[in-house]
Design a protein around this ligand. Structure first.
Ligand code: SF4
Length: 701
């Protein structure tokens, strides 16, 4: 609590940060948030983590954008500028001038070069209605499917594997099903840091008797609660998972009824994994065969098992293969479609699930219906009353490549920060700077906005009303508690105005009207009306009718694939895209810290969070740090084939020798200057979790 309000009001909404989707109650006075408390939502049961409880004051930060900005003639495009002082490179503009400049640039490129020369990045931080309207704008006004968002950088590989194997890209059971699980698996995720309230469900389940398996090359706090901690070698997920599959099949531990009645491809999988015994894989994974056998037996024979994974699994050049093996293992043991069982990719941003569902993806319309299916396309052409691009669009990193070689000339960015989040930032920033025309709509002058031609001041989460879908497929109502500062406008209003200036006849009265249009084309939410959400606050999808509760556990009967059966897939053990060598002998892996969220645009402007963890740093094994002659917290230089950064070196006994971990939230030492842009061939997700790196004491210190 920061003040005693004279005439305070409370507003029930949700947390703006991670995909757990905790419900919060904001106390507001004089258009300022003075208190945050957790509500009894399905995902959080009154709990909040440090970000949700102490991270809301970013909305009041003096660096909020309050007027539209236009780049000054001749001002260089650089991220090396002070976000508190945009006037060195930008001048203030009226909304009329800024919108006309923004839309005029897109019109000119579209009319001269075709819609394929344009692209849009929507946001997983925006509402479902904003995501839907943004992708509709790109598809109908830009006339291209070049629309994507940060799901490409986090769980694109998980979604690709889930779609092809079980027919749906979302979780099959909510986090709280841990309470009914006998075994819980966490692989490539660090929930106590990245999904802290979700982690409390796991810890509670363990206290009540569930056995926990954590698989992670790096140690983590959750391992204290684990029966088995498998600290396998980085990049060897397929080898480890195939060895678990080998044991389950060789020892006949799989669910024979489930395999026979619900799955396709078992014989091929059985044949494939016969070569991957734990003994053969041990030199690759570093995990003793006995431990693999013990874990395989416990998992396969459990009555129910929940399987959680995160970006440690997905952010690899073989991320889709990693997810395929994990899904195979879960399916053949029958751990889907019943209480205490399920596949759960932990989603990072508070609406990355909803933004994906709403069609902010270059290959699919809302509800994951292919843009290349003529019948589906015809449906949307009728609904949106315009011809649509019949080809799938470019993904995030592909758009960067196309920008660098001139195929993409104009980019509309709403609430994303690719100049911090994308791999190989030297190339990414040069690509963004090379664009003829970039418009950024955001609440701060992010590193991406610094490279824009036009910057449009937008609304923060507590300033908007809209729906948000959490990692459990729970559609929740977010309610406006504040008025945007200065001349900043609602994102939904800005998108609409952009659409009108590009020739659309849009006149949505507000988010409720957009949501009703979404219901008309998304069977998954047909039973979730705006009025129902206002009444109930949160409803799980799929929900076909207003009198249905929504289905929390999926696939108890059939899988939504032709024939109704899930499809098992095989994967080979392949090396990472770039291996350590004499020049770059260690493995770089990137991720988040508890106090900061993603590129740090919000949390680094939250007073308490920045005070708790404001120093750019990397984590190394204590012995490795000592060998380099670096004192605790001393300056370290990290260098890869793509770039070099300087930051503090901290010892961490949970980091094995040979690995260095860097949080990617620090603009002063941007981790993604180092990362490898190699892409997974299926999902096009970059390999953030493995790059060859050199670590040295910084001589310039
Ligand atoms: Fe917010 Fe996630 Fe923390 Fe919950 S766990 S308070 S949703 S950041």
């Amino acid at each position: 609590r920061v003040a005693e309000p004279a005439a305070a009001q409370t507003v029930d909404t949700a947390c703006p940060y991670c995909g757990v989707g905790c419900q919060v109650r904001l106390t507001v006075a004089d258009n300022r948030i003075v208190e945050v408390e957790g509500r009894n939502g399905p995902a959080n049961e009154n709990r909040l983590c440090v970000k949700g409880r102490f991270g809301m004051d970013y909305v009041h930060h003096p660096q909020r954008l309050t007027v539209p900005l236009i780049r000054k003639d001749g001002a260089p495009k650089t991220c090396d500028m002070d976000p508190a002082n945009p006037w060195t490179h930008f001048r203030e503009a009226t909304w009329e001038e800024a919108l006309e400049r923004a839309a005029g640039g897109f019109r000119r490129i579209r009319d001269n070069h075709g819609g394929g020369a344009l692209a849009g990045f929507g946001s997983a931080k925006g509402s479902n209605e904003e995501a839907y309207l943004f992708q509709k704008l790109v598809r109908t006004a830009f006339r291209t499917n070049n629309v994507d968002h940060c799901t490409r950088l986090c769980h694109a590989s998980s979604v690709a594997a889930l779609m092809e194997m079980v027919g749906s890209g979302a979780t099959t059971a909510p986090v709280r099903e841990c309470a009914n699980a006998e075994v819980i698996v966490v692989i490539g995720a660090n929930p106590t840091v990245n999904h802290p309230v979700g982690a409390t469900h796991i810890k509670n389940a363990v206290q009540n008797g569930a056995r926990l398996v954590v698989m992670d090359p790096r140690g983590q706090a959750l391992s204290r609660h684990a029966t088995w901690m498998l600290q396998f070698n980085p990049g060897t997920d397929v080898a480890l998972l195939n060895s678990l599959l080998h044991v389950v099949i060789a020892e006949g531990l799989y669910d024979r009824t489930f395999v026979a009645e619900r799955l396709e491809g078992f014989e091929v999988l059985k044949q494939h994994v016969s070569a991957f015994s734990p003994e053969v894989m041990a030199p690759i994974t570093g995990i003793a065969p006995d431990v693999v056998r013990e874990v395989a037996r416990a998992f396969a024979t459990a009555r129910g098992a929940m399987v959680f994974w995160g970006m440690g699994l997905s952010q690899h050049a073989h991320g889709t293969d990693n997810a395929r093996c994990l899904i195979d293992l879960t399916l053949i043991c029958g751990h889907v479609g019943k209480p205490g069982s399920g596949l759960h990719p932990l989603r990072g941003q508070n609406n990355v699930q909803g933004a994906s569902d709403a069609g902010l993806i270059p290959m699919v319309y809302p509800d994951y219906r292919s843009v290349e299916d003529a019948a589906v396309r015809g449906f949307y052409e009728d609904l949106w009353d315009t011809p649509l691009d019949p080809h799938k669009g470019l993904t995030v990193v592909e758009i960067m490549h196309a920008a660098s070689d001139g195929r993409i000339k104009g980019l509309y960015v709403m609430g994303e920060n690719p100049a911090m989040s994308d791999p190989d930032l030297v190339h990414t920033r040069a690509s963004l700077a090379a664009l003829d025309h970039m418009v950024v709509q955001d609440i701060f002058l992010t590193e991406t906005a610094m490279l824009a031609d036009v910057v449009l001041p937008a609304s923060a989460f507590p300033e908007k009303t809209g729906t948000f879908t959490n990692t459990d497929r729970l559609v929740q109502m977010g309610r406006a508690a504040l008025t945007p500062p200065g001349e900043a406008r609602q994102d939904l209003a800005i998108i609409q105005e952009m659409g009108r200036r590009l020739g659309l006849t849009w006149d949505y009265a507000g988010p409720a009207e957009v949501f009703e249009e979404m219901r008309a084309c998304m069977p998954s939410i047909a039973g979730i009306s705006w009025a129902r959400l206002e009444r109930e606050g949160a409803v799980t999808y799929p929900c076909a009718a207003e009198d249905e509760p929504g289905k929390a556990i999926l696939f108890d009967d059939v899988f939504p694939l032709p024939g109704g059966k899930a499809r098992l897939k095989t994967a080979d053990v392949l090396p990472p895209a770039e291996l350590p060598d004499a020049d770059y002998p260690l493995v770089l892996t990137t991720g988040r810290v508890l106090e900061h969220w993603h590129t740090g645009a919000m949390t680094r402007r939250a007073t308490a969070l920045e005070a708790l963890e404001g120093e750019p740093h990397c984590l190394l094994a204590p012995a490795a740090l000592a060998r380099l002659g670096i004192a605790e917290g001393g300056p370290v230089r990290l260098t890869t084939r793509r770039g070099s950064i300087r930051l503090a070196g901290r010892p961490d006994p949970q980091v094995p020798e040979g690995i260095v971990f860097v949080p990617f939230c620090y603009t002063e030492a941007a981790a993604n200057l180092l990362t490898n842009p190699a892409l997974d061939p299926t999902a096009k997700i970059p390999e953030f979790k493995f790059a060859a790196v050199r670590v040295e004491a910084d001589q310039a210190a």
